[in-house]
Design a protein around this ligand. Structure first.
Ligand code: FES
Ligand code: FES
Length: 133
């Protein structure tokens, strides 16, 4: 299987790996087929994602996707982070092999869950997933 240099780089040197103890929002998403799990922790201040960390128990593509996704949402507003699609993550990684694209979906979904966890804790209504995803 051919991985881009970007994927290899983020797999070998994952950014933002770990856990935020006093996270404002936590999202966990798993893929029942392979049993892989991704957890995203966010720290929010003034609607901005100040800090984000991930823990991923999964394949290399899932680790690289989490690493890239966390980099892409750090410092962004919650609205911008919500708009991050798995496609954008794959593009930033300069592609994933077709059979590995679904691994990047874990990142998008886990981020959405973390944002909604934060919103619910703030007493706000959760945002809804777009149709046709
Ligand atoms: Fe399991 Fe990618 S996360 S194969
Ligand atoms: Fe599990 Fe890819 S096979 S997310």
């Amino acid at each position: 299987m051919d991985y881009s240099e970007k994927v290899m780089d983020h797999f070998e040197n994952p950014r933002n790996q770990g856990k935020i103890e006093d996270a404002d929002g936590i999202g966990e998403e798993g893929n029942p087929t392979c049993g892989d799990i991704m957890k995203i922790y966010i720290k929010v201040s003034d609607n901005i994602i100040e800090d984000v960390k991930f823990q991923t128990f999964g394949c290399g593509a899932a680790v690289a996707s989490s690493s890239m996704a966390t980099e892409l949402i750090k410092g962004k507003t919650l609205e911008e982070a919500w708009e991050l699609s798995n496609k954008a993550v794959v593009e930033a990684l300069e592609g994933l092999p077709p059979q590995k694209v679904h691994c990047s979906v874990l990142a998008e979904d886990a981020i959405h869950k973390a944002i909604n966890d934060y919103r619910i804790k703030q007493g706000l209504s959760p945002w809804e997933e777009k149709e046709g995803k």
